[in-house]
Design a protein around this ligand. Structure first.
Ligand code: GAR
Length: 220
């Protein structure tokens, strides 16, 4: 970047596993005109494959291994300290499989995005694909929401649907949902970096207007 160009909003990603969403964000951020830069990846799992992806992409990493802490509060305090060193504009949870304490959420209120593999408010928590199958749902999908103190309960910004086929298993459904995740997360992070979405008290503002329903990408 040239010295006279304004600095792009700084995106810090937190992940615990494979990091395919982290990769999608890195790839998107390297396209021309993307309004943000991925500056760091933090993991709670020292062996997360996401760390290798970051190394390949020349992106700084840090690990805060939750197993080294006696309580969630101590872990979150260490995580907050690491994050503050980067002064990010947005913290993107991309398969970060730790429940965050209210003090963590309050430290970064309005700057925390999460991706959850269901059409919220359905199926908060784990095993979302199997639960959608067990319920006989014909539509499933992914949601991206602002993080609040309530687990998977913050206001939803955008969702993408997948059609459940009669022969789908939890694995095939997970693959279909992940393909949508990789499309949808960069779109929402772009909106955030452009200043188009903001967290209100318990709603999303889009271009300054209260969003009555989340943006929905239908299956095609
Ligand atoms: C994604 O499918 C994401 O929706 C899910 O973890 C996966 C991470 O995949 N997140 C949650 O379940 C959060 N509760 P990735 O490491 O390949 O991006």
């Amino acid at each position: 970047m040239k010295a006279d160009q304004p600095t792009l909003p700084k995106i810090l990603v937190l992940a615990s596993g494979s990091g395919t969403n982290f990769q999608a964000l890195v790839d998107a951020s390297r396209e021309r005109d993307f309004p943000g830069q991925v500056i760091a990846l933090g993991c709670n799992q020292p062996k997360a494959f996401a760390l290798e992806r970051a190394a390949q992409a020349n992106i700084e990493t840090f690990v805060v291994d939750h197993k080294g802490f006696g309580s969630r509060d101590e872990f979150d305090a260490a995580l907050i300290a690491h994050i503050l060193r980067y002064n990010p504009d947005v913290i993107v949870l991309a398969g970060f499989m730790r429940i965050l304490t209210p003090s963590f959420v309050q430290a970064f209120r309005g700057k925390l995005l999460n991706i959850h593999p269901s059409l919220l408010p359905k199926y908060t928590g784990l095993n979302t694909h199997q639960r959608a199958l067990d319920a006989g749902d014909d539509t499933h999908g992914v949601s991206i929401h602002f993080v609040t103190e309530e687990l998977d309960g913050g206001p939803v910004i955008a969702q993408a649907e997948v059609t459940v086929a009669p022969d789908d298993t939890s694995e095939t459904l997970a693959e279909k949902v992940q393909r949508k995740e990789h499309l949808l997360y960069p779109i929402v992070v772009r909106w955030f970096c452009e200043g188009r979405i903001q967290l209100g008290s318990d709603f999303v503002l889009f271009d300054g207007q209260v969003m009555k329903t989340p943006m929905r990408l239908p299956d095609n």
